[in-house]
Structure formats: C-alpha cells, structure tokens
Write a protein that binds this ligand. Structure first.
Ligand code: GDP
Ligand code: MN
Length: 377
C-alpha cells in the first residue's frame, strides 16, 4: 500500500484534469515566507502538514496565514509537529478559498464486492466513518465500462449538484476514474470536494496505490521513507526484513511461516521484533547477508525456523554457519534453530558441527527462544 501525501495526490488530480487549488510544497519556514512574499502563493493562504494520517483539520495541522510572516510562523509550527506519531517534513501552501458546501467523493476498491465502488455524500469535510450510513451513496462499478453516465448523474443527484456544477462533477468523475485505473489506485478520495464561487474544487486528496502494481510505478519506490536504515539496506539487497519493537529476531522462510512463528512467540510471552523472511532463496551467500543484517539489529535471541522446500535445510545451515563466523563477538546472540524438511538431516549436522542444536518441536523450540531472550516479561 503506497499512500501518497496530499500534494502528490493533487498533482495526479491535476494530471487527470480534476480541479485543485494551485499550491507549493515547502520543507522550511524560510522557503514558505519567500514563496508567499514573491506572490507564488496567494494570500490569505492555507498551510497544511503533509502527513499520511487524517484529521489534520481538527488536529491543528491545517492553519491559515494572512501574510508572509504568518505563513512562516504557521509553517514553523507545523514542521515542529509530531502528528499522530508522524514527523512533519513537508508543508503544502495554497490560496485560501471561501467554501460554500463541503462534499465527499471517492472511488475505492471494495474487496468484499470485488469491485470498485463510487461513494458520494453531501456531508463532506469530516471523516467518512463518522457520517451516518443513510447519508452515503455507494455504487458498485463494473470495471469494464468504468463509471457510466447514469452513475455519474446519480452521484450529481445525491450531491444535489445541477447545471454547470453537475457538468463539472461529470468531468471530475471521468478524471477520477481514469486516475484510478491508469495509476493502479485502490483509493481515490476527495474530502472535501468544495463548492467555491459556483465551481467544484478538490481541497484535499487521498490516493493509495495498489502494492501489487508497484512494479509498474517505479516513481513511487523512493517515497516510502518510513523504512529504518537496516530495512533500507535490506530493500536494496532484495531481502524481506522488517524491524519493529521487540527483542527476539525471527528468521523463517515464507510469509506464512514467518507470521505463524510470530504468533507462537507472542503466545508464549515473547516479544518478536525483527523479521527476516528468507523466501525461496537457494543461495547460501544470500542467507549469510540476511543473517549479518539480523545481527546488526542487535536482537537478544534469534529463532531460526525453516521449512525446507525450495530452500534446502543444508543451504540455510551452510549460509548461517558462514555468517556466524563473521559476526563480531560483541554482536553475538543465542540462536535456537528448528529446521525441517528437504535435506533436514544434512542441515542439522552442519549446525551441530557449529554448536547449534535443532529442536524439532515447534513449541519446545519457541519456548527455548523466549527463555534465551530473558523469559516472559
Ligand atoms: P484533513 O482534516 O486531514 O482531512 O484535512 P483537509 O485537507 O480535509 O482540511 C481540513 C479542513 O480545513 C477542511 O475540511 C476545510 O474545512 C478546511 N480548509 C482547507 N482548505 C481550506 C480553504 O482553502 N478555505 C477554508 N475556508 N477552509 C479550508
Ligand atoms: Mn480531508
């Protein structure tokens, strides 16, 4: 799931012919003051934190400014915020408009309907979850024709838009549908879609790009900057590595086994925190690299839970033993292994020679890891 910041979403809106206010993104208060003073942002202006969490309006992350100095102060205040756990790094400045009505429109992928839905509500400007169901209109969309004329007219009626405004909604929905399809979005949300001087204007954007289509959109690869430095290195080496709070490292293969291992450790009172999914690798050097990355995360204990299928147990064991010899003394940690499956006996033998015992029972091995990590807190 790639969530785009508001300004990136609005850039897409513009690309697909949807009306948005003109704006500027800044990363410092000085830059904000300079752009406003130069007339690049009309006054009065809106100053908005570019974070992915919603509810900025209520949370003090949307402010107004009437001068370049005020824009500087508002930007400085917002850049200092830690909004719902997210550090604000970017701020969007836009001319403030006089809002007539605030509407809600979105196209979302509905997994239970297995179809996109067009959602419209006359009660925009607040989070849609807080709007009564009766005030929300949902139309499942057949992806082949896309949003039809009938569906666009029904949305206009729900939003009580007539005349020019109905025409503008029609064009906006065509644009939103093109965006949804061409950009592989799973959500295109406009909240509020405002009526300003008798015209529609998208005042906010929320666009989420479908993960499975990420390979078609290399332009989004670099904007996920919420990775830890080790996760960043892992990504470059194509290693599935996730770092969370917790002191037990888990090395497993396959997402299913990794998740199951996590569940078992949690159930036994352990705190799994670093996950490394070896996937279907058949290269001992890759295993070595992955293990060295794990060591850098400084876990208290590590659980190696491997099911040998495509990945043979001896491949993993060989890579692991090579890695163990490279980990500096100060970074060593207790290792509990459970390797089963293809070439199990060879793998166990390689580990045993290096002083690591494989415990075949899942519960027993997980208990041993929790104990090695300091037991139940
Ligand atoms: P969110 O709360 O994170 O969804 O942020 P929004 O972008 O939706 O902004 C929150 C609210 O700020 C909107 O619902 C508007 O009421 C208000 N707002 C944003 N831009 C303007 C503007 O140009 N003029 C006025 N009057 N209000 C605005
Ligand atoms: Mn909003």
């Amino acid at each position: 799931m790639v969530k785009l910041a508001e300004w990136r979403g609005k850039a897409l809106f513009r690309k697909y012919g949807m009306p948005v206010p003109s704006g500027q993104v800044v990363r410092s208060a000085d830059e904000a003051e300079r752009l406003v003073a130069a007339g690049s942002v009309p006054l009065p202006c809106v100053v908005k934190a570019q974070v992915l969490a919603g509810g900025r309006g209520k949370g003090g992350a949307v402010r107004f400014a009437g001068s370049a100095a005020e824009a500087r102060d508002a930007t400085a205040a917002i850049l200092g915020l830690d909004f719902k756990g997210e550090k604000v790094r970017e701020v969007l400045l836009e001319g403030k408009v006089a809002i007539g009505r605030e509407l809600y429109v979105s196209i979302a992928l509905d997994r239970s309907l297995r179809a996109p839905v067009l959602i419209a509500s006359g009660q925009g400007g607040v989070e849609i979850e807080t709007v009564a169901d009766g005030a929300i209109d949902r139309q499942p969309i057949d992806p082949f024709p896309g949003i039809t004329g009938y569906e666009r007219r029904r949305a206009a009626r729900v939003l009580q838009l007539t005349g020019t405004l109905a025409g503008e909604l029609d064009a906006l929905l065509r644009g939103a549908w093109s965006l949804f399809q061409a950009e592989d979005a799973e959500l295109v949300e406009i909240n509020p879609l405002a009526v300003v001087d008798g015209h529609l204007l998208a005042l906010d954007s929320k666009v989420i790009i479908e993960d499975d289509a990420a390979f078609r959109h290399p332009e989004y690869a670099e904007i996920q900057d919420d990775r830890t430095p080790l996760e960043e290195i892992a990504r470059e080496k194509d290693i599935a590595f996730v770092q969370l709070d917790g002191n037990i490292g888990v090395i497993a293969n396959g997402a299913g086994l990794t998740m199951a291992t996590l569940d078992v450790l949690l159930e036994l009172g352990g705190r799994p925190g670093v996950f490394l999914d070896l996937g279907g690798t058949d290269d001992p050097r890759k295993v070595t690299e992955a293990f060295l990355l794990m060591a850098q995360a400084r876990p208290t204990a590590v659980f190696l839970n491997i099911f040998g299928g495509v990945t043979r147990c001896d491949t993993v064991a060989t890579g692991l033993v090579a890695a163990m010899q490279q980990v500096p003394e100060s970074n060593r940690f207790p290792l509990v292994a459970r390797i089963r499956g293809n070439n199990e006996r060879e793998g166990i033998e390689i580990l045993r020679a290096a002083g690591v015992t494989s415990i075949p029972d899942l519960r027993a091995s997980a208990e041993a890891v929790v104990a090695a990590a300091g037991g139940t807190p």
